[in-house]
Write a protein that binds this ligand. Structure first.
Ligand SMILES: Cc1cc2nc3c(=O)[nH]c(=O)nc-3n(C[C@H](O)[C@H](O)[C@H](O)COP(=O)(O)OP(=O)(O)OC[C@H]3O[C@@H](n4cnc5c(N)ncnc54)[C@H](O)[C@@H]3O)c2cc1C
Length: 576
């Protein structure tokens, strides 16, 4: 009996070693046909100018994007894999625990620091420097959104708060050290009891003129700072948004710097920190909760570009209206929203590249018995599921580039428009990304469930974009409010509409033709009037429409017909 058993095992092993071919079930499943398949990334070539297409879609800083990608693929920290043809691919290791993801994200940031990636991110303010920063965030976000979000907390929230709310003394003390990661910052605004309603936060800061210090307190459980990126482990300093009470008068929310950990990473006295725990995505970011118990900070730690407190405790502010002061305090969120919107579109591009590529290699069902099976993308239903999303992603990609340009060229006169456009686009582009990823996941069938195909993980990681830095529904209400206010103001003064994308409403609405032909639908005049049906939607979509028209004008004559889409060097490419 045992001899038989040993013989059987030996036969099985011998078969493995000799790789005896499986017996085909029938002719249509011949072994050769299977082995003919080569993954497209191994031998792909493009029948169009890749660089021109990238110039159009990425819009700016192509060399800088390639430079960062080159840095990424040189390091094992990015889980590099070599495939046939000498090509190197990178993607996060999706089997890591939350603790491992947090640590590897920080290590990747330190590796970037060694390679000079963050040079000038806070200390250079030219439009070129800001555009380069946007481009590098986008590359990081395509690799792993935790990496991009972690950098966003440190540079866009902590760093920009100091830059925009602080004055010379703060800039000199903190900006270079932040760029060099000698301080690691977080941004503590949200509380357990108040998220969207920032005005309602309950953390209270008072002033003690005897010691010239501010004293920060968490007066109740709902006032604990919650969802604070980097607070659970890595941050040693925090921007604390708090009510300021001077002589028992509440002066509204103000912005302070507090040290929360010492140089060895120990939590400072009078502070309690807890972990928010495992999330549905973005687990490379250590999100935490903070309580303050009579924490004393120097008077100089009030970021005082908008308001100040004198050594003897007198409150002074050039902005008398508390509502306007509140608006000024939320200014740094604008660059974060622009970055979120543009990263969302890169995520949609990755999802679509995966799903469309799959639909160009996967076959399902034959039309005639024993005939070849049909490619998924040859099914009209599959085309209708993916191609409108692809077209919309192109349009939104141009819109994201437009808002970046508006932001880097900002002036005091354009600030209001940028604020409103960035809120609208942040909401539209992040919603679009989530919708696109879900369709892409389903379009890949079972393969869409595999983490190595990325789409499912992108859904988990990017979902939070619809909530943080302004919940999308709340943002769209604010966009509508701004548009209605502008509308009412122009009507009251009997002036034509100017700005905020409302100019098209100065001419009469066209009469809808009974027959809507494709040329009518494509006419930009018709489109811009139709869009006024929904004021808030109209505004954001008009920005997109204009961006598409601008982009089309840059193209050579003839229309684009997309027939192949792929990702190369971390970039999204479409063959036209
Ligand atoms: C992973 C993650 C990281 C974060 N990082 C940070 C950080 O680093 N620093 C920081 O300060 N915060 C951070 N946040 C907090 C984030 O900014 C808030 O979650 C966000 O502002 C929404 O607040 P909320 O969660 O309290 O939702 P709520 O304000 O309670 O909203 C819940 C729902 O109610 C709806 N709603 C709210 N008000 C209205 C209204 N007036 N009318 C109609 N509907 C309404 C909203 O649309 C939403 O759907 C983070 C959050 C997450 C999840």
């Amino acid at each position: 009996m045992s001899e038989n058993c040993a013989l059987r095992r030996a036969n099985v092993l011998a078969n493995h070693i000799l790789q005896s071919p499986p017996q085909p079930w029938n002719n249509s499943l011949a072994r050769e046909a299977c082995l003919q398949y080569t993954p497209p990334e191994v031998n792909e070539s493009y029948g169009f100018q890749v660089k021109e297409m990238r110039k159009l879609l990425d819009g700016h800083n192509l060399e800088d994007r390639d430079w960062l990608y080159g840095i990424i693929i040189q390091s094992n920290l990015f889980n590099r894999k070599e495939r046939g043809g000498g090509k190197v691919f990178v993607s996060p290791d999706y089997n890591e625990t939350m603790e491992q993801q947090r640590e590897i994200s920080m290590k990747r940031i330190m590796y970037f620091l060694e390679n000079g990636v963050f040079k000038g991110w806070l200390t250079e303010t030219s439009p070129e420097a800001e555009l380069k920063k946007f481009a590098l965030y986008e590359v990081c976000g395509m690799y792993d959104y935790s990496l991009s979000a972690k950098l966003g907390v440190h540079f866009l929230l902590w760093g920009n708060a100091i830059k925009f709310f602080g004055t010379k003394r703060h800039h000199e003390k903190w900006l270079k050290d932040t760029e060099d990661y000698l301080v690691k910052g977080c941004f503590a605004m949200t509380e357990l009891g108040h998220g969207s309603n920032v005005k309602g936060i309950e953390t209270v800061t008072s002033y003690d003129p005897r010691t010239e210090e501010f004293v920060i307190n968490t007066p109740c459980e709902s006032a604990q700072k919650y969802w604070i990126g980097e607070a659970a482990i890595h941050a040693n300093h925090a921007i604390v948004i708090s009510q300021l009470e001077i002589n028992e008068t509440n002066q509204g929310i103000h912005v302070f710097i507090a040290q929360i950990r010492d140089q060895d990473g120990n939590i400072c006295p009078n502070i309690h920190i807890a972990d928010c725990g495992h999330k549905i995505g973005l687990n490379g970011v250590d999100t935490g909760r903070i309580w303050f118990d009579n924490l004393r900070i120097p008077r100089e730690n009030l970021l005082n570009s908008v308001a100040d407190v004198s050594p003897d405790g007198e409150y002074v502010s050039a902005i008398k209206n508390p509502d306007q002061r509140f608006g000024a305090f939320l200014a740094p969120l604008t660059s974060g929203r622009v970055t979120i919107a543009s990263c969302a579109i890169y995520s949609a591009k990755v999802g679509l590249a995966v799903a469309i590529r799959y639909s160009l290699s996967r076959r399902a069902f034959s039309i005639v018995a024993n005939g070849p099976e049909v490619l998924l993308l040859d099914y009209p239903s599959h085309q209708r599921r993916l191609l409108p999303l692809l077209a919309k992603t192109y349009a939104m990609s141009f819109a994201a580039n437009d808002i970046k340009m508006m932001y880097v060229k900002r002036t005091p006169e354009t600030n209001k428009e940028i604020h409103v456009v960035s809120m609208g686009l942040k909401a539209l582009l992040t919603w679009h990304n989530m919708r696109t990823l879900q369709e892409c996941r389903e379009a890949c069938g079972g393969q869409g469930l595999k983490t190595e195909n990325r789409v499912g993980h992108l859904k988990g990681d990017y979902d939070v974009q619809t909530t943080f830095e302004g919940d999308n529904n709340v943002l769209m209400q604010q966009v509508s409010k701004a548009l209605f206010a502008e509308y009412a103001s122009c009507k009251k003064r009997n002036k034509p509409f100017k700005g905020l994308g409302l100019e098209h409403m100065n001419s009469p609405r066209p009469v809808l033709p009974t027959q809507l032909t494709s040329s009518t639908l494509r006419c930009s005049h018709f489109q811009s009037h139709q869009l006024s049906e929904d004021l808030s939607k109209a505004f954001a979509e008009k920005a997109i429409l204009q961006a598409v028209l601008d982009a089309e004008a840059k193209l050579p004559a003839g229309s684009i017909k997309v027939n192949k889409v792929t990702v190369s060097h971390g970039q999204f490419l479409a063959q036209s």
